[in-house]
Design a protein around this ligand. Sequence first.
Ligand code: GAP
Length: 548
Amino acid sequence: MTKSMDAIMALCKRRGFIYQASEIYGGINGFWDYGPLGAQLKKNLRDAWWEDMILRPAWGRSGPNGKPVRCVPVETCIIQHPKVWEASGHLAGFADPMRKCPGCGHFVRADQYWETMAQWSEWLNTLIQGFEPHTGRYDTEVILKWARTKGKRVAPNLAVVRNPEVTLVALATRINGQPAAPLDMKELVQYLGTEFLEKTGLQEPCPRCGAPLGQPAPFKLMFQSWSGVTQSDENVVYLRPETAQGIFVQFKNVTDTTRVKIPFGIGNAGKSFRNEVTPRNYTYRSREFEQAELEFFCHPEESQAWYAFWRDFRMEWWKSLGLAGENLILREHAKDELSHYSQGTSDVEYRFPFTAPGFGELEGIAHRGDYDLTQHAKHSGAKLEYNDTDRGEILPNGGRRGERYLPHCIEPAAGLDRGVLALLCEAYTKDETRASPEFLKLHPRLAPVKAAIFPLVAKDGMPEVAEKLHADLAARFWRQGAVEMDEKQSIGKRYARMDEAGTPYCFTIDGDTLTNQTVTCRDRDSGQQTRLAIDQVGAFLAEKLGQA
Ligand code: GAP
């Protein structure tokens, strides 16, 4: 069963995972803030990426060359020299085809037009069903009459009310032409009839006001600003639309100043900005978001093997964090989907409630060949060739003339906000039989609160024992996340509160603790309670959090 996005968003707001940015001013479209639990959850995901991609890449496995994988980090600026974006192709090519409405000025992404229409056509469908009891039939005249009279009062801003003829014709034509399209409006076509279509002609309406839309034109996705006091064309700068380019432009510095040798990776994580035309689906498509990208540089002959290595590891990694089962797929791009320079791209995709039964991209793993280094060498004039002293011609004196080449690059590019969203959607569980009918089954590694300590009642010395256990656990586990102490409300309500936060374990100090030194350990997912010696709680938690 598909989970309700509204319920997930309500829980995220109620428990302080995600807030609308600038909410007290009415919010700002495409921007989201993380509250106390969300900020820690996102940090835990970022840390997991950093640990498993930089500090101990691929969990310490050997790569296809039989040697341990080596990666180093960089942290590069959000604002780079504008030529970086010229070289990368973002300045010329990073644009979506847009259609502007001449009526209300609304912009619609040309390639998402029918998806946008489908959102309100669903509503229209419900409306059409509603006519039946009154008239016993559906026909165009009934819908038009509704739009002109009742519709003007109850929903004046709907396209079907403002411009019913254009809107109805467009929908009907769409359905006629593509019976498999997701718009389930067969009745509408049936009752519109060809005469009506011919009379009014086909014009695609603006989803907001229904006026005929203009032709598609490119719309730049990069945010623009000025660097320095003069706001002139020479001072224009851009906020980075990806973290990857910061890596390519520092490739030479990294190889010149460290001992890394090919094959090796450079990781970069941080904020990226895209002035998305239609930010939507909560944090899924935002205008400010965080990426965690690795560029893995290797010899061209080994690049296919490294591509397969990273593609498979990245899929395994997301699974290890709890996104397992049929909600997660690895989708290899078809040849005609690939950029001209790419020899292969795969996406790790998750079935979000708003994409179901389809999937949405979490991470792309791309074989980028030597495209980026070639572009930056050409535009900057810098020599970016790598001198590989492990390869090349053996000289008569037994020495070696290194092989010079531009390395190929494999790029696993993950989105941390989409990652957090997928984890929250996957973790969200409804069970009406529990005292906490909604809870989050977050992986212990990612859970923002690792454990909670409760004195059963605030008397008989229980709070003192609880405080001591809390202090011990907090001192031991503070690096991984919070350990909370809670003595307010009934024990059931305290469990429910922790379940909603995704806290995997709760330990309760009760009457027996005072006599036999054991505590109740409650497991979030099963709700089962077992008894544990109080001096074993630290070891138990360490094992569960994977740091015994
Ligand atoms: N350097 C390659 C690159 O940037 P991408 O597929 O455009 O590739 C990588 O972005 C990841 O960044 C995506 O898989 C997605 O998780 C995340 N991402 C991209 N645009 C986003 C947006 N508008 N909002 C949230 N996350 C986004």
